[in-house]
Design a protein around this ligand. Structure first.
Ligand code: BES
Ligand code: MN
Ligand code: MN
Length: 460
């Protein structure tokens, strides 16, 4: 039985595969919100059951947070073939603002759109649809060939969207079980929504929540306005000072460890001819707003950033209230590159904010997740083999690209297990991940499954 038989089986099984994905999408496994803890557990159970039905020796593994799903197939004496690990995450982001969804985020359906059929629902693209592409490829392989392509370990996480608090301890405790020849991670996208891609550079992430307090309770802004310190004014001024006029970030020492792009990468990225006008135009923007003198691809892949993700304080409800607030809050995140040190940046950021406080103000900081940037070493021939397999499926040469998002586990595979991460995914720029009306194109799902079958064939 040949690869073509496996691909034909995938084509024939697509409706059933879609039904299985819809079933998984109905489980509201929002990892960051404790109200959905039982649902995260249910999603893990669903995956264990599905893997077991496929013949995988799978189990739900408890952590202090949400469970991991680990599974194994094949054995060590598969001569010559590599031992692969497959990683995906079954947790999803919260759905708010709910009123902007066209339907219940956890009542998914296949919809016809002018651009073709899509699977609509929270987690369709990030990351349930993507993780099922691999499982479905293996299901077809097993059905057609009666055996596994090689030894494979499954590692499915339920805390990715909330900073993976249990991940590092779990990987350390189970290092022997999780160590493989390569880690396939399906949590990224195509390049410009049409070119297959392997991500070789990921940005790191650092989150901080800042609360500035001035008066000890909210005041009448007529009685106190003018004489009382306003913490929203104080925090706004600090936030405004985090970038200079050229778009550079002003936190002391921030650029320590930020490398310049190598000539080789610069040439390669120029070859990608990124169309930033379309990329921005699709979301209602026109001009790149990053550091002056940097190309659009540098801005999203290889330069660090500072963004305010949320800001609140005082009265934000309906109508109007003349309040002089006691507190002002902001959630601020940094995307990191190269060898930028998250801990050092957190410390320098806190020092900078604290030193900028006027009299009568106090500040509190709450840390959110952090992880350094990471990259993949593509010198292992498995990378070229996978790239060729992707090119064959999509009829466009697959590209090595960067990714502005963060997948901390990629670096952990290297540092904790000594395993190189190979990041391959089929998401599109307009999938609206983390946003209302998230979708995954049926093309992504179908060709994603076919891509994995080709990659498994090429690697074994
Ligand atoms: N799948 C994304 C990462 C991603 C984003 C890949 C965009 C390709 C394009 C992942 O689930 C994610 O959202 N990561 C978070 C970090 C996490 C700690 C919340 C991110 O990048 O913000
Ligand atoms: Mn993801
Ligand atoms: Mn995500």
């Amino acid at each position: 039985m040949s690869l073509d038989d496996v691909l034909a089986r995938i084509d024939a099984d697509l409706p059933a595969a879609t039904d299985r994905l819809l079933d998984l999408l109905r489980i509201p496994s929002i990892s960051t919100d404790p109200a959905f803890k039982a649902d995260c557990d249910r999603a893990a159970d669903w995956l264990v059951a599905d893997l077991k039905a496929l013949g995988v020796d799978a189990s739900k593994r408890p952590t202090p947070g949400h469970p991991m799903v680990v599974g194994h197939v094949g054995n060590a004496n598969n001569s010559g073939a590599p031992h692969l690990l497959f990683y995906g995450h079954y947790d999803v982001q919260p759905v708010d603002p709910l009123d902007l969804w066209d339907r219940d985020p956890f009542d998914p359906e296949v919809q016809d759109t002018p651009k073709g059929p899509v699977i609509r629902g929270r987690g369709a693209a990030d990351d349930k649809g993507q993780l099922m592409t691999f499982i479905e490829a293996l299901r077809a392989w097993k059905a057609v060939k009666g055996d596994w392509p090689c030894r494979i370990t499954f590692f499915l996480e339920g805390e990715e969207e909330s900073g993976s608090p249990s991940l590092v301890p779990f990987m350390k405790e189970n290092a022997d079980e999780l160590k493989t020849d390569i880690a396939l991670i399906c949590d990224t996208g195509l390049f410009e929504s049409k070119t297959p891609a392997i991500v070789t550079m990921l940005r790191g992430l650092l989150g901080e929540e800042v609360t500035v307090t001035a008066p000890k309770f909210d005041l009448h802004s007529g009685m106190y306005g003018g004489i009382a310190m306003n913490p929203i004014r104080v925090l706004s001024k600090i936030i405004a000072s985090l970038h200079d006029d050229t778009g550079r970030i002003t936190v002391p020492g921030f650029y320590d460890g930020v490398p310049e792009l190598s000539d080789a990468l610069e040439a390669q990225w120029q070859g990608l001819a990124f169309d930033h006008a379309t990329f921005l135009g699709d979301v209602g923007l026109s001009e790149p707003a990053g550091e002056q003198g940097r190309t659009p691809l540098e801005m999203i892949w290889s330069r660090p950033t500072c963004d305010v993700n949320g800001i609140w304080g005082g009265y934000t409800g309906a109508g109007f209230k003349t309040v002089l607030p006691s507190k002002a809050h902001a959630k601020i995140s940094f995307r990191l590159v190269g060898t930028q040190d998250p801990d050092a940046i957190r410390e320098n950021f806190r020092k900078m904010v604290t030193e900028a406080l006027p009299v009568d103000c106090t500040v509190e900081f709450a840390p959110h997740g952090s992880g350094p940037a990471s990259g993949a070493d593509t010198s292992d021939p498995m990378f070229e083999a996978a790239r060729q397999a992707l090119s064959n499926e999509w009829n466009i040469p697959a590209a090595y690209i960067g990714c502005g998002g963060s997948i901390p586990i990629a670096g952990y595979f290297q540092d904790i297990l000594g395993t190189e991460p190979m990041l391959i995914g089929f998401g599109k720029d307009d999938d609206a991940i983390h946003s209302p009306n998230e979708k995954y194109d049926m093309e992504s799902f179908h060709k994603g499954i076919r891509s994995w079958a080709r990659i498994l064939d090429a690697l074994t």
